[in-house]
Design a protein around this ligand. Structure first.
Ligand SMILES: NC(=O)c1ccc[n+]([C@@H]2O[C@H](COP(=O)([O-])OP(=O)(O)OC[C@H]3O[C@@H](n4cnc5c(N)ncnc54)[C@H](OP(=O)(O)O)[C@@H]3O)[C@@H](O)[C@H]2O)c1
Length: 334
């Protein structure tokens, strides 16, 4: 007779083993970056490198002896992340913490000034930082732009343009833009880029839409920006590609996820969610793999090209670029 305590132990153990096997089976489709060339002499700049996918990307690049600039809004977190990586990889590449708040044009300008003084070139710029904030919180950047529009799109738009000389000095160089397949749900309303209508509605009702339109719209803007940049930079030696890392367990949803969501979502998380490291594979691939050389304006997922279902429109692309330039100049929503 099997004792009841053995039975009690066997059930959860079997469930855990089954979950582990299903995850492994699913993970076979999650590609890995196989490139492992030494990156000594190359400078990588990652926005938001202290957490999640940015942190795992930084680790992978430092491991291969690349020099990695951690452009983070909290310099303390950047130093902490670097100290942890250094412990794991005492012989890794140089890692440099720098302060950059993409929610402030002044911070972006100060950051670029320090870059100009201290660094001659950037081989790869990785526009990784991002936020997801419930609309009802009505968060804005220092200049008053809606937080997703301001940080995820405008901040990176301004930063990238200010760093162009650094990228051109390193050709063949690359820009990797982190978007998401959620860009396919995005919509760009030039009459309400700061989402005032939806935010006021969310504040009134006290609830925010389940799919955050601010986030999806900003990921669509990332896609439009990368496409415009790729066509402006064609034949310049600076390649621009976009990627979706997949649905990953990171700090991204910290403002919208409550403790009980973790319990309700546990099965989905266990079966469908990648780790931040698994999510970083496509980013590292786009930043380093020789097969990407010369490819530009493409969207990648799982280390291979992904054909977006979104009907991109060249007029919208041009208009978004021009409006973004105007807004950066005006330094306030018009
Ligand atoms: N996780 C997913 O499922 C998923 C799916 C598709 C796409 N993505 C994209 O992947 C990228 C990385 O996200 P993640 O999942 O790794 O999230 P994460 O762990 O929350 O990392 C986001 C990073 O962005 C930084 N950041 C936020 N606001 C900033 C600001 N104003 N200035 C400078 N840095 C700022 C954060 O800094 P703090 O730590 O100081 O807040 C953090 O380092 C994002 O662009 C996201 O849209 C993620």
């Amino acid at each position: 007779m099997v004792s009841s305590s053995v039975m009690y132990a066997a059930v959860p153990i079997s469930v855990l083993v089954a979950i582990g096997l299903i995850r492994k089976w699913r993970a076979r489709n999650w590609a890995k970056c196989v490139s492992n060339t030494c990156l000594r002499g190359k400078t990588f700049l990652i926005t938001g490198a202290n957490s999640g996918i940015g942190l795992e990307t930084a680790k992978a690049l430092a491991k291969r002896k690349g020099r990695v600039i951690f452009a983070c809004r909290d310099i303390g977190k950047a130093k902490e992340a670097i100290a942890k990586i250094r412990k794991e990889q005492p012989n890794g590449g140089e890692m440099i913490p720098m302060q950059l708040d993409l929610a402030s044009f002044e911070s972006i300008e100060n950051f670029v000034e320090v870059m100009k003084a201290g660094f001659h070139k950037i081989d790869v710029l990785i526009n990784n930082a991002g936020v997801v904030v419930p609309l009802k919180e009505d968060q804005k950047t220092k200049e008053g732009f809606e937080i997703h529009f301001g940080v995820n799109h405008l901040g990176h738009f301004y930063l990238t343009n200010l760093l162009m000389e650094h990228l051109k000095r390193a050709t063949p160089s690359r820009i990797v833009v982190l978007s998401s397949t959620l860009h396919e749900r995005g919509n760009i309303d030039f009459d309400d880029l700061n989402l005032r209508k939806q935010i006021e509605q969310a504040k009134k009702s006290g609830t925010s839409p389940r799919h955050n339109p601010g986030y999806s719209n900003s990921k669509l803007m990332n896609a439009y920006f990368a496409r415009a940049l790729a066509s402006n930079l064609r034949n310049s030696g600076v390649d621009v590609n976009l990627c979706c890392p997949g649905f990953c367990a990171t700090n991204l949803f910290r403002h919208s996820v409550k403790w009980y969501h973790y319990i309700l979502m546990a099965p989905i998380m266990l079966f469908f969610m990648k780790t931040a490291k698994q999510g970083s594979e496509t980013v590292v691939f786009l930043a380093t793999d020789h097969t990407v050389e010369g490819k530009t304006g493409k969207f990648y997922r799982n280390c291979e090209e992904y054909l977006s279902k979104y009907p991109f429109d060249k007029d919208v692309e041009t208009k978004l670029w021009n409006v973004s330039e105007e807004l950066v100049k005006a330094r306030k929503p018009l």
